[in-house]
Write a protein that binds this ligand. Structure first.
Ligand SMILES: NC(=O)c1ccc[n+]([C@@H]2O[C@H](COP(=O)([O-])OP(=O)(O)OC[C@H]3O[C@@H](n4cnc5c(N)ncnc54)[C@H](O)[C@@H]3O)[C@@H](O)[C@H]2O)c1
Length: 263
């Protein structure tokens, strides 16, 4: 028995990195997946990987998560193709560094649009559908920078902190109305994905050296593989976490738990 047998999941940003890994892992656990991404080509590649192991388990769809009409189309597809939706993984996101003095307003707005407005639309439009299914779960991907301050992630950190707060509000709204929808956020530290590679490239070129610098910041001494996070996603998506809502699952090798003395 898979831990997600019979569930239908929508994974945004499923063409790359964490979303791709999550879609594949959820399918391995028995879920059927709508893999959405602004890049249809990469979403289709993820679907091909999933369907090689289980034919018909996944379908791809082009989806800009900042666009309300796109959300309506994708949610209609979920219902028409799989007849219901139990799991919404709001994963798609972008990261642009910058401090308060260097960040342009356009960059700030872009980060809030892709990383926060997208989750507003996704949750608002999916809740009426998730309500009709049994034991539904919304999982919003935030970050450790949504909890900790960082001078270099002004716009991104603000967006991820908003996701943390929005998650709790939605969790209580759904509990209050007895919708049987849980809503939780996940806060990973650095994950080895194309997003992190772009960051490593931007700060100097030598990828392994950049990763070593990041590793040195983590009490457990390593950065995350996508699977370190997808195990948490599987737990929050499954009925094993039926009493978890409004919580923040921190997967960070100890980064946010306190100060490590250098002696
Ligand atoms: N990589 C890390 O170190 C790290 C750490 C903490 C949190 N996160 C979060 O994890 C999530 C996934 O990031 P990743 O590292 O896999 O990045 P990634 O760049 O590898 O993948 C992001 C995916 O989102 C898609 N996307 C971007 N804008 C979109 C839009 N407007 N509409 C639809 N799809 C869009 C991209 O096409 C891409 O496939 C993000 O929310 C990110 O903020 C990443």
């Amino acid at each position: 028995m898979g831990r997600l047998d019979g569930k239908i999941a929508l994974v945004t940003g499923g063409g790359s990195g964490l979303g791709k890994s999550a879609a594949i892992h959820m399918a391995e656990e028995g879920a059927s997946i709508i893999v959405s991404d602004i890049n249809l080509e990469t979403a289709t590649e993820t679907v091909e990987t999933i369907n090689k192991a289980r034919q018909g388990a996944a379908i791809p769809v082009k989806h800009n998560v900042t666009n309300e009409d796109d959300w309506n189309n994708v949610l209609a597809l979920c219902q028409n193709h799989f007849s219901e939706l139990n799991i919404l993984l709001n994963n798609a996101g972008i990261s642009i560094g910058g401090d308060i003095e260097s960040t342009e307003f356009e960059t700030w707005k872009k980060l809030q649009e892709v990383d926060v407005d997208s989750i507003f639309w996704g949750c608002k439009l999916a809740i009426p559908i998730l309500r009709k299914a049994k034991n539904s779960s919304i999982i919003n991907i935030s970050s450790t920078v949504g909890i900790l301050g960082n001078p270099l992630t002004l716009g991104y950190g603000t967006a991820k902190a908003a996701v943390r707060s929005m998650t709790k509000s939605i969790a209580l709204h759904c509990a209050r109305h007895k919708y049987n929808i849980r809503c939780n956020s996940i806060h990973p530290t650095f994950i080895k994905t194309p997003l992190l590679k772009r960051f490593a490239d931007a700060v100097g070129g030598d990828e392994e050296k950049a990763y070593d610098t990041l590793r040195s910041l983590i009490p457990l001494g390593d950065i995350l593989e996508p699977r370190d996070v997808t195990y948490g996603i599987i737990y929050l998506a499954s009925d094993e976490s039926k009493m978890m809502t409004g919580s923040e699952l921190v997967i960070d090798g100890g980064l946010t738990c306190g100060y490590m003395p250098p002696i």
